[in-house]
Design a protein around this ligand. Structure first.
Ligand SMILES: Nc1nc2c(ncn2[C@@H]2O[C@H](COP(=O)(O)OP(=O)(O)OP(=O)(O)O)[C@@H](O)[C@H]2O)c(=O)[nH]1
Ligand SMILES: [Mg+2]
Length: 231
């Protein structure tokens, strides 16, 4: 009789190795990236807001963004680490025109920014929304509205109720905040975190649609009832 090719111990080692490969594969599959673009007139503070979220501070000096700057931050939501990839876009037409297609390709969420001290930047939101819609961004892609520079209290031109009405009519949440004021930093974080939470909820619903049980695939009725998302 020939001896078995693999002993019991060998089999055990092989099965542990297979398990660890599977779990590292699952980990890499689970690291998801959410692409969030920040859009609005030049000088409204898009670079400062994205800097505040990813770097935790207000930049001493900024220059007009050319094309796009990428900023990333890993956040943890319900035990899952997610990479939030923020696309800080250029507001000036000459610095953005060759990039616009790239901004909107496979975007997961959109942040529209205006400057509360500049009515023109609020009025121009309509044009930014039209550009976004013109690039076939699905209605299921969440959008939020941000009124920045609230620290300049004496110079406010855009009343909150006007902004709220506009946000409501476009099915967006409104955040009024300041990238400059350190007391507002949590509020700035919540702009991006609220979007990441919504995206996670949407995506995990998709993942949960199919569940294996007894080797068969079945649809589940599970929804987001278990969510303990902070937002
Ligand atoms: N007071 C105040 N100033 C701000 C705030 N955010 C940005 N700024 C200032 O506004 C100016 C423009 O900020 P940026 O972040 O560069 O503007 P942007 O929207 O990125 O502009 P583009 O890159 O040209 O599209 C800078 O001088 C900032 O210091 C804020 O919350 N409060
Ligand atoms: Mg900029």
């Amino acid at each position: 009789l020939s001896s078995p090719l693999l002993s019991h111990t060998d089999l055990h080692i092989a099965s542990s190795a297979a398990q660890s490969i599977t779990s590292s594969l699952e980990l890499s599959i689970q690291t998801r990236i959410f692409k969030i673009i920040v859009i609005g007139d030049s000088n409204v503070g898009k670079t400062c807001l994205t800097f505040r979220f990813t770097g935790g501070s207000f930049p001493d000096k900024t220059e007009a963004t050319i094309g796009v700057d990428f900023r990333e931050k890993a956040v943890e939501i319900e035990g899952e680490t997610i990479k939030v990839q923020v696309w800080d876009t250029a507001g000036q037409e000459r610095f953005r025109k060759s990039m616009v297609e790239h901004y909107y390709r496979n975007v997961h969420a959109v942040v529209f920014v205006y400057d509360v001290t500049k009515m023109a930047s609020f009025r121009n939101l309509q044009t930014w929304i039209e550009e976004c819609n013109g690039h076939r961004v699905s209605a299921s892609v969440p959008r939020v509205l941000v009124g920045n520079k609230c620290d300049l209290v004496d110079q406010i031109q855009v009343p909150s109720n006007m902004a709220l009405k506009f946000a409501d009519s476009h099915n967006m949440l409104l955040f009024e905040t300041s990238a400059k004021d350190p007391r507002e930093s949590q509020n700035v974080d919540s702009i991006f975190m609220s979007l990441a939470c919504r995206l996670k909820a949407q995506k995990s619903l998709l993942y949960r649609d199919v569940e294996r049980e007894d080797g068969r695939v079945r649809l589940t009725q599970e929804t987001e009832t278990k969510s303990n998302c902070p937002c």
